[in-house]
Design a protein around this ligand. Structure first.
Ligand code: SIN
Length: 304
């Protein structure tokens, strides 16, 4: 592994800046046959809530020409089983694990985040305040800066690990939101979650998804992600994890040049379980060919 790819995010050392997006990699073990998990920079787990959730009615996935609509509805086994079953296994690996937290009230976020922090098995937490697929919670906490900042303050009071905040591309003023979250104590930002969308069966005159609407990911949303990262980077110094439609090392590096310190690969894992490994390889070749001492030299290097 090329040490020039190593990065540090909120005090966490990553062997490279390539991680996987929450919800696209199960709890990691599902991908164990396809790649060495310890080759990744970090792994972000599926969002967990206090109690188990069954999720939304099927169909929950619909493929579009340039991406994927999902409406999972935060299905998960609840924080306690997640800590005992999934985090226990993941924490045995030489791999930083960022646990994603969701909730339908401030109290729930604080409780879940507190239990994960106390477990000692997560290197950091990602507050998912951007899920478009639930009736309560999710994006409700992430579009309005006062609610988002209050949540971060409360979670920070309770937790001893760095807190990243995952935002929706629907945030009306990404730059202002980023700055206010930094002031509220957020240790980093994850940009962006899916873009709300829907698809229609014209014969049956029905929505393609059981929950009618969903979140669009994949190549179609990459330019939105690049803009979001660039807009936020102009306002904050805290680490940004860039995500949204990464397909290869070039699209990953676009996010880094726009201002991301690390990237997360999501939908591409479904079409190619080795996408992350190929992206890491491409970054190694790029750094080598350009004679860079470290990949961090590229972060926010965009000239406008
Ligand atoms: C879901 O579980 O519906 C997707 C999660 C998300 O968009 O944050």
């Amino acid at each position: 592994m090329d040490s020039r790819l190593a990065v540090e995010l909120a005090g966490i050392r990553l062997r490279n800046p390539v991680m996987v997006c929450s919800g696209t990699f199960g709890s990691g073990s599902e991908y164990g046959d396809f790649l060495d998990l310890e080759s990744l920079g970090a792994l972000v787990t599926k969002s967990v809530t206090l109690n188990p959730r069954a999720g939304n009615p099927p169909p929950r996935i619909w493929e579009t020409p340039s991406g994927m609509l999902n409406s999972i509805g935060l299905e998960n086994k609840g924080v306690e089983r997640f800590i005992q079953e999934d985090l226990a296994h993941l924490s045995a690996l030489e791999l930083p694990v960022i646990a994603s937290v969701a909730g339908s009230s401030v109290e729930e976020y604080v409780e879940v985040a507190g239990r994960l922090s106390d477990s000692g098995r997560a290197s950091a937490l990602e507050l998912n305040v951007s899920c478009p697929n639930v009736k309560r919670g999710g994006v409700e906490f992430g579009l309005e800066s006062q609610a988002a900042c209050e949540l971060v303050t409360r979670v920070k009071e309770r937790c001893g690990v760095p807190i990243f905040v995952k935002l929706s591309p629907l945030v009306p003023d990404m730059g202002a939101m980023a700055r206010l979250l930094q002031e509220a104590g957020a240790d980093g930002l994850s940009l962006i979650n899916t873009v709300p969308g829907m698809a229609v069966d014209i014969e049956g005159k029905k929505p393609r998804l059981g929950a009618v609407t969903g979140g669009l990911s994949g190549p179609a949303i990459h330019p939105i992600a690049v803009r979001s990262v660039w807009t936020a980077r102009q306002q904050v110094g805290i680490p940004i994890i860039g995500m949204g439609g990464i397909t290869d090392w070039r699209s990953a590096l676009e996010l880094i040049v726009a201002g991301a310190n690390a990237v997360a690969v999501g939908t591409a894992n479904f079409t190619d379980p080795q996408a992350t490994i190929k992206i890491i390889g491409g970054m190694e070749s790029f750094v080598q060919a350009r004679g860079l001492d470290r990949i961090g030299e590229l972060v926010g290097s965009l000239r406008v």
